[in-house]
Structures are given as structure tokens and as C-alpha cells.
Design a protein around this ligand. Structure first.
Ligand code: COA
Length: 201
């Protein structure tokens, strides 16, 4: 698929380019990325260039992973990234087959706390469900990543529990993670059943 844009009055998701390397490099120096993301660490300028120049275009071209730059308006600097990775199919007890995608995201530190990620997640989920690309959207974060969990909770994900992460961590392990899912047609209001530490701030 060729990269395309999604937008609302609040956020614009468009094609990341090498021109975004300064922002990606700067934001990925955040120590919280070392703890909670699978990005290389220490994060070098060449990692940003490889991500934007090779990894992202290859994901779109192969229809394996669609990655957008998150901006607040056309032509503005990148403030974050959101990606939908197609992870395959799961077969339910009634033998129905569900196509599954996994959502990942980050925001540069100065841009957090304004609801940009729930809005971006809504745009990506609506598009993927409406196009029939996926039936179920999976979310996961390492245990203790309250900010990520709250973004998923606010977006209407149902809490699935704790399990080994689907995505390999930087050292190749599959650490325990909080997991949730959102299905096409689900109510997008915050759902009950999330861990107390996610809800009690
Ligand atoms: C996850 C992330 C995109 C969420 O961004 P955001 O939606 O703007 O949300 P915030 O960072 O403001 O945090 C969301 C909530 O968690 C709370 N929070 C943040 N860090 C927290 C912490 N260490 N402990 C407890 N609560 C925390 C915030 O106060 C906020 O509360 P609110 O929902 O009442 O506003 C952003 O925090 C981020 O980029 N984190 C680093 C990368 C990352 O972990 N990505 C997800 C990987 S699964």
C-alpha cells in the first residue's frame, strides 16, 4: 500500500520522511524509551535515518506495518509516531477467523498530556476496521507503563490481562505485558476491568 494521510481537527497522520529525522532522533533520547520501547539503545542519528528511510517504507510496501508521523497540522514538525502492524490471524472457539493488528505509538515528551494518542488511535482503528483490514486490534505495553495503558483504556480497549509480549523486546525476550484488545463495532467508551494502578492516579 502507498502511504496516505488520516486527519481530524486535532491531529494529522501522514507519511514520515527523512526530513523528520531531527525530531525522531531528539525525542528518542528520552530515557523512558529505553525502558518501555523496543527502539535501539543508545539511540543514534543513524537509527532515526534507518527507521524513516528504510523500515517505514518497507512496512508500507510489504503491507506488514503502516507507520504514520503524528503532526498537529500539515507541514508541521513530527510530534510522535503511530503504527499498525498486521500480526496475522487468530481462530476463535467457533472456528471463526479474526485478522489481528497490533498498535504501537509514542509522543515526544513536550507533546504528552493533551489526548493526541487516543485521537490518533481512533483514526487508525476506524480506518482499519472500515477497510476490513483487521477485525481485532491488539495493544500491549510493558508492566507499569501507566501512560500507555491509560491511552488504551481511554480509547475503549478491553483489558485482556498479563501475558508475554507479542513483540520481542530489545534483548530478544518476551516480557510480561499488560494487554488489551478492541474489536470492530466495540463501544469506544472506557471499559471496566483494568488494573487499579492504571485507573487510580
Ligand atoms: C504512551 C504515551 C504516548 C501517552 O501519551 P499521552 O496520551 O499524551 O499521555 P500522557 O503521557 O500524558 O500520560 C497519560 C496519563 O498517564 C499518566 N502518567 C504518565 N506517566 C505516568 C507514570 N509514570 N505513573 C503514573 N501515571 C502516569 C499521566 O498523568 C496521564 O494521566 P491522565 O490520563 O489523567 O491525563 C506517552 O506517554 C509516551 O510517548 N510514552 C513513551 C513511549 C511509550 O511508552 N509508548 C507506548 C509503548 S506501549
Amino acid at each position: 500500500m502507498r502511504p496516505f494521510s488520516l486527519s481530524s481537527p486535532v491531529v494529522l497522520l501522514d507519511e514520515p520522511s527523512l526530513g523528520d529525522a531531527d525530531q525522531v532522533f531528539d525525542y528518542c533520547q528520552d530515557p523512558i524509551f529505553e525502558r518501555f520501547l523496543t527502539v535501539p539503545w543508545p539511540y543514534a542519528r543513524e537509527h532515526a535515518e534507518g527507521f524513516l528511510g528504510e523500515y517505514v517504507p518497507a512496512g508500507w510496501a510489504s503491507d506488514r506495518e503502516y507507520t504514520w508521523a503524528l503532526r498537529e497540522s500539515a507541514g508541521a514538525d513530527l510530534v510522535g509516531v503511530i503504527a499498525l502492524r498486521l500480526t496475522g490471524e487468530s481462530v476463535a472457539a467457533d472456528a471463526s477467523v479474526h485478522r489481528v493488528g497490533s498498535i504501537g505509538f509514542w509522543l515526544g515528551a513536550p507533546h504528552r498530556g493533551r489526548g493526541l494518542i487516543p485521537e490518533a488511535q481512533r483514526l487508525v482503528a476506524d480506518w482499519a476496521f472500515d477497510q476490513g483490514i483487521i477485525d481485532v486490534l491488539h495493544w500491549e505495553c510493558l508492566l507499569g507503563n501507566v501512560a500507555s495503558a491509560r491511552a488504551a483504556w481511554k480509547s475503549g480497549f478491553r483489558y485482556s490481562g498479563v501475558g508475554p509480549s507479542v513483540a520481542a523486546y530489545r534483548d530478544g525476550s518476551y516480557p510480561d505485558s499488560w494487554q488489551g484488545h478492541l474489536a470492530a463495532g466495540d463501544d469506544r467508551r472506557p471499559q471496566p476491568g483494568w488494573p487499579a494502578e492504571v485507573l487510580e492516579l
